[in-house]
Design a protein around this ligand. Structure first.
Ligand SMILES: *[C@@H]1O[C@H](CO)[C@@H](O)[C@H](O)[C@H]1NC(C)=O
Ligand SMILES: *[C@@H]1O[C@H](CO)[C@@H](O)[C@H](O)[C@H]1NC(C)=O
Length: 268
């Protein structure tokens, strides 16, 4: 389906809520959407040994986290390369501040070394071409990161995905794997013929490491702590939309319908 406006979206959801599934389905239904993942950008830059990649690798090898500013640089660079953002309007090399902005925007070495985007002054101009549409994944995770991203590009839809904790827990509790083959069973939909045994080999089924209930509860709590201020931030901007469902198949049609209302002309 063709978009009539640029969509710049973020999906937020607890671990196990099916964020990846929804993203994949959106990308399939709306081919103009690109997937921009901060994790992939980081890996690609390290692999290709770009100036920023070298710097990030050095940081990670020292055991430190890659700073937000560096992730923002990666995103800025990607959007700039795609032609989706341009230097601020009226940036002219004749004035001192514009010179700083242009350098910040154009010169790769400076792009790597500049510690923050704060000195960029006016935000870049954002393309409203529907072809400049994307789902941003992996960033921002905190309200602070969201504020920084706002200075770079305005996100225009943040989807908060909800599935009741007990439903996710039930799914986790029911999921068993045959580790050697990767075959997955769940006691509700796809139970093994003999309880606790692989259908093919008869070997014992086990739990995946991340299917431990206590581990999931800890991850959920951590997610809630950081996502609450993040969602508040976007609610204040008027771009937050919440959807709930017990399964991905229940959520997808609601998400598609809302997405089309916002970004496809003629859909009400
Ligand atoms: C159960 O397993 C099937 C097949 O792997 C999968 O499609 C389904 O989503 C699973 N259901 C749950 C509740 O995990
Ligand atoms: C979702 O799951 C909850 C808790 O198990 C249940 O009460 C509710 O009826 C379910 N909703 C739908 C639409 O299946």
């Amino acid at each position: 389906m063709k978009l009539s406006k640029a969509a710049r979206i973020i999906l937020v959801g607890a671990p196990g809520v099916g964020k990846g599934t929804q993203a994949e389905r959106l990308l399939q239904r709306f081919p103009q959407l690109a997937a921009i993942s901060s994790g992939d950008l980081l890996r690609d830059n390290v692999k290709n040994q770009t100036p920023l990649g070298i710097k990030a690798e050095h940081t990670m090898k020292s055991g430190a986290l890659v700073p937000d500013a560096m992730i923002l640089r990666l995103i800025l660079h990607e959007l700039k390369t795609r032609g989706w953002i341009q230097p601020p309007a009226g940036a002219s090399p004749m004035t001192l501040s514009a010179t700083a902005q242009d350098q910040d925007f154009d010169v790769e070495d400076n792009f790597v070394n500049s510690p923050s985007l704060a000195n960029m002054g006016a935000p870049p101009r954002t393309s409203e071409d529907p072809a400049a549409s994307f789902i941003l994944d992996g960033f921002p995770r905190t309200a602070g990161q969201a504020s920084q991203l706002d200075k770079l590009i305005p996100i225009n839809l943040v989807v908060s995905l909800h599935t009741p904790a007990e439903v996710i827990l039930e799914r986790i509790a029911g999921r068993w794997v045959h580790a050697p083959s990767g075959r997955v069973y769940n006691t509700t939909f796809n139970a093994p013929k003999v309880a606790g045994r692989d259908d093919v080999t008869g070997e014992i089924l086990t739990k995946r490491a991340d299917d431990d209930e206590a581990t999931w509860m800890t991850r959920l709590q951590k997610f809630q702590e950081t996502s609450e201020p993040l969602l508040d931030h976007y609610a204040k901007k008027g771009v937050l939309w919440e959807v709930s469902g017990n399964s991905s198949d229940e959520i997808s049609p609601k998400l598609f319908s809302e997405f089309e209302k916002r970004f496809v002309d003629g859909v009400e």
